[in-house]
Design a protein around this ligand. Structure first.
Ligand SMILES: [Zn+2]
Length: 91
């Protein structure tokens, strides 16, 4: 086994995991900002919910947000605790 290649592959693996973790953390921070009503990009309260799609009882909701001030758009998969699968209304 070539140890140089093995080391390189390990480095790539660790690197991609770190990028993924950073991406998730960044995404969560953006969603937190949007939940407070502020655009994560320009920090103004011009964020609007443009589209909302439910993935059904089993899946999360896909929510699209757009900032009317700077044009920032992003979509988030949100697990809604008050969806159709509540304690009394699950079909
Ligand atoms: Zn903005």
């Amino acid at each position: 086994m070539d140890y140089y290649m093995l080391g390189l592959m390990l480095l790539l693996l660790v690197g991609s995991v770190m990028v993924y973790v950073y991406y998730l953390k960044d995404k969560k921070e953006q969603l937190d900002s949007i939940k407070r009503g502020f655009c994560p990009q320009c920090k103004q309260n011009n964020i609007e919910l443009t589209d909302q799609r439910s993935g059904g009882c089993s899946g999360p909701q896909i929510m699209m947000f757009e900032c009317t001030a700077c044009g920032y758009t992003n979509s988030f998969a949100v697990q809604d605790p008050n969806s159709c699968c509540g304690p009394n209304s699950c079909k």
